[in-house]
Design a protein around this ligand. Structure first.
Ligand code: BGC
Length: 541
């Protein structure tokens, strides 16, 4: 008898990102909290996701909304207290929903007691917990490393501390000094923090900016940006400021901690534009990251040939390493996918939830939340050049004041979209053809069909150019996904297939339709169909 090992939950499951400030407020301060997430778990269970990843909720001055931590083992009062965390985990687990925490080990807040101590004197016992260097003789920063808060400017990654007369490294902002991962005390403190949450039943971590952890001990200059090169190229090519070989050792150390607990997941944020082979390296031999994040769909144009080329390369590179892909359409750092319009967003949702690899769904995308225009006097995010506020606005639950996100007398920390009375969870729940209905159907289909979660991926060679079509196959079950990214109807030839049956269309009105040898796709329509007897690509025969 063949015994099947139960597939790992984070491979078959779908992860939903909650930005806690914006999900649900329960204490009338206009900022979401953990009790708010608990109150919405029934919705998440109904939707059909498997895990939530919660952006940081630790104590923080909120200069970068939680990505600037002052205590790794606490909760910021705005989000609640430790018992609220325990209640969240217990309630989520009761519904078979896992809870993944955001972990930000590369930098702390400048107000973290460790940094306050570190900057108090050159002789401070915490001096070496951060990265301090003397100025050059002319007083300028120690080297040419570029700051990342706004990669398009010439800003330095170093911030000067008047009091002790040295520079400290702060890639993202002077308010986010970088920890010195070469220091074993720092690493131990970080591992202790991870254990603290794992002991409280957290199911894993999404590690922020993991590829920045190691730094060249000699602080060598990076090659200056050559003509024609962009700040993105700089990040990919940097050898001293990030992308260090010792970072892999640090990740291995984290992974060893997680491996002491059953069934945990280690996700790591790596820079957006890494070539696929470089992404693959972050998996190691199964001893590094389970999922180094792939952000390509947040910025690639939604065009069939472009998407296909990326997926083909990524899937092939990872398959070679026995590594598991992952995909997302958006997150708290990128404009929302709804910018492409509803039809295309539907196609992209179908793609996200039918590709090989763990899907990440960003809160609110399931109802097509817009990028909300935030007027200057309401802006919150310090990263002006991207303007991340529009994608972080309160979840639109219903048509009541403040969209049900917070009490009508509270002022939401970011404005609620003007469209909320029309577009909200409640209104879309009762509309069988809404975006929400599509997400729920897709999530249900992915859960029901192992071909979609675990199956092989193979692009269809002979699909029309503006159609991205692929087969997913698992243990004899063969499904076809075809996404028409054009405004024209197209006909798809299904070689040898006499018996195709549509399981789902992005228009949500073609269930059960059958076809033989061909299938028609309407403009901007995507479908998932059973194609039991469809021939594989000629090239593969
Ligand atoms: C987080 C951002 C944050 C940055 C610095 C990122 O990758 O996702 O929101 O501003 O790290 O911590």
């Amino acid at each position: 008898m063949v015994t099947h090992k139960k597939p790992t939950w984070w491979k078959v499951g779908v992860i939903y990102q909650v930005y806690p400030r914006s999900f649900q407020d329960t204490n009338e301060d206009g900022v979401g909290d953990l009790s708010g997430i608990v109150s919405r778990l029934d919705y998440l269970e109904w939707l059909g996701i498997d895990a939530i990843w919660i952006s940081p909720f630790y104590p923080s001055p909120m200069e970068d909304f939680g990505y600037d931590i002052t205590d790794y083992t606490g909760l910021d009062p705005v989000f609640g207290e430790l018992p609220d965390f325990d209640a969240l985990v217990a309630e989520a687990h009761r519904r078979s929903i896992r809870v993944i925490l955001d972990f930000v080990p590369n930098h702390t807040s400048h107000l973290h007691p460790w940094f306050v101590e570190s900057r108090s004197a050159r002789e401070s016992e915490k001096r070496n917990w951060y990265i301090w260097q003397d100025p050059k003789p002319d007083g300028s920063p120690p080297n040419n490393w570029r700051g990342q808060a706004d990669p398009d400017t010439e800003g330095s990654a170093w911030a000067f501390d008047e009091f002790t007369g040295q520079y400290y490294l702060a890639n993202f902002s002077p308010s986010q000094p970088e920890l010195n991962w070469r220091n074993t005390e720092v690493r131990e403190a970080m591992m202790d923090a991870m254990r603290f949450w794992l002991d409280r039943d957290a199911d894993g971590f999404r590690v922020d900016m993991v590829d920045f952890l190691g730094k060249d001990p000699d602080f060598r200059d990076e090659s200056p940006l050559a003509e024609g090169k962009t700040p993105r190229d700089y990040l990919v090519e940097a050898r001293y400021q990030l992308n260090r070989p010792e970072t892999l050792d640090y990740i291995r150390e984290m992974k060893r901690i997680l491996d002491q607990y059953p069934d945990r997941v280690l996700i790591g944020e790596v820079i957006y534009f890494l070539p696929v082979e470089r992404m693959a390296a972050y998996y190691g031999e199964g001893d590094l990251l389970d999922l180094p994040t792939n952000f390509r769909f947040t910025f690639l144009p939604p065009e069939a040939p472009v998407l296909r080329r990326f997926v083909d390369d990524y899937d092939a590179a990872l398959r070679e390493h026995g590594a598991w892909p992952n995909h997302c359409l958006g997150n708290h750092d990128s404009p929302r996918v709804s910018r492409h319009g509803e039809e295309t967003s539907r196609l992209l949702a179908m793609m996200l939830l039918t590709l090989r690899g763990t899907p990440f769904v960003y809160y609110g995308d399931e109802i097509g939340m817009p990028n909300v225009k935030v007027l200057p006097d309401k802006r919150q995010d310090g990263w002006d050049y991207i303007g991340r506020d529009p994608a972080r606005t309160p979840m639109q639950w219903d048509a009541s004041p403040n969209a049900g996100f917070c009490h009508e007398h509270a002022e939401p920390w970011l404005p609620v979209s003007d469209e909320f009375e029309k577009d909200n969870v409640e209104s879309q729940r009762s509309d069988s053809r809404s975006m929400l209905a599509l997400y729920r159907r897709l999530l249900g289909l992915r859960r029901a069909e192992q071909a979609l979660s675990l199956g092989d991926y193979e692009a269809m060679e002979d699909a029309p150019e503006r159609c991205f079509a692929y087969r997913r196959q698992y243990e004899g079950r063969r499904l076809l996904v075809a996404l028409n990214f054009s405004g024209e109807a197209i006909r798809l030839t299904l070689a040898g297939c006499t018996d195709a049956k549509i399981l789902l269309s992005t228009y949500l009105n073609r269930d059960g339709e059958t076809g033989a040898e061909t299938l028609e796709l309407r403009p901007f329509e995507g479908i998932v169909a059973e194609v039991p007897d469809m021939n594989p690509n000629e090239t593969e025969v």
